[in-house]
Design a protein around this ligand. Sequence first.
Ligand code: CP
Ligand code: NVA
Length: 320
Amino acid sequence: GDHTPRVPVRHFLKDDDLSPAEQARVLDLAEAMKKDRFGYRPFAGPQTVAVLFDKPSTRTRVSFAAGIGELGGLPLILDAGASQMGRGESIEDTARVLERQVSAIVWRTAGQERIEAMASVSSVPVVNALTDEFHPCQILADLQTVREHFGRTAGLTLAYFGDGANNMAHSYLLGGAVAGMHVRVAAPAGYHPDPAILRRAAEVAAGTGGSVTVLSDAAEAAAGADVIATDTWVSMGQDGKEQRIADLTPFQVNAELMSLAAPGAVVLHCLPAYRDLEISAEVLDGPRSLVWDQAENRLHAQKALLHWLVSASGAAGESA
Ligand code: CP
Ligand code: NVA
C-alpha cells in the first residue's frame, strides 16, 4: 500500500482559494520563473496536465500549453466537443478517469458549479481557467503585472469599468481584496456584482487592509485610481449585444476617463479587446497600457500556480 501521508488536495476555483500569504508566494514564484524561464522543471517525467475547454480561448490555451511544457510536463489540450463529456459523460466520471492519469486538471467552462463538481471528486488539483463567475488565473497575471510596475499591490486602487457582474469584475473584487488593494467596480444598475461575491470580497478586504466599492458613476470611480481596468461588454455565451453596448457606453475607458486617474495610472485589459467599445484604441495602444505584459504574465503566473498547487497537494516538491 501507499504509506505517504495524505494532505488535502488544493484547488484554485476562485480567487480566495489562495490565502493572502499563499497568493504572495505564488506571485513571488511567478517573478522568479519569469527571470529563469526554463530553470524550473517540477513536472519532468513528464507528468501530464489536462487542459479542457468548453469555450474558445487564445491566451489561456497557449499559456497553459507552453507553461506546462516549460515545467517539463506534457500538456493535454482537450476541447469539450472532442471528449465524451460532449456526449453526456458526467463531470464526476470524467474526473475519476483523469485523476488516475494526470497531475492536475485545468478547465474553462460555463457554470461555477461544474468546476466545483469536478473538484469535489478529484484527488489532483483542479484549476479554473474561466467560468461565467470567475477568472482567477487572469487576476494572478494582472497582480503580477501591477507588482512589476508599482513594486507592490497592497494599498493601490484598482478601478474596473463596464460589466460589473462578469467573471473579471468578480475576480478583481475577490483577488484584489486578497492582495490588499482598494477595488472599485463602476457599472450601471443591472450590471452590479453578485451581492454574495461582493460580501465575501469585503470580508477578505477587512483582513488585508483593502476595500471594495461599487459605484454607478464612472468619473467618481476613476478619481485618483492607480490601475484602470476593463473587459469586453459581451462575454462568451452572453446575448443582447446592442442593449449591452447602449447601457455600458458611459463606462468606456478613454482619454477623458484617464485624465481623472492618478498621474501615473496604468491600464489593464485581459483581452481580447474590442477597440472603441469598452476601451478607446488610443488608450489600449497608448503608453499607459500594460496589456501585452499582462498577456505574457499569464504564462509565468500559471506556471507558478500549477507548481505551487501540485507541491502543496503533496507531489512534485517545490524546488524553489
Ligand atoms: N484573457 C483570456 O483569458 O484570453 P483567452 O480567452 O484568449 O484565453
Ligand atoms: N469576460 C470575458 C473574458 C474573456 C477572457 C468572457 O467571459 O468572455
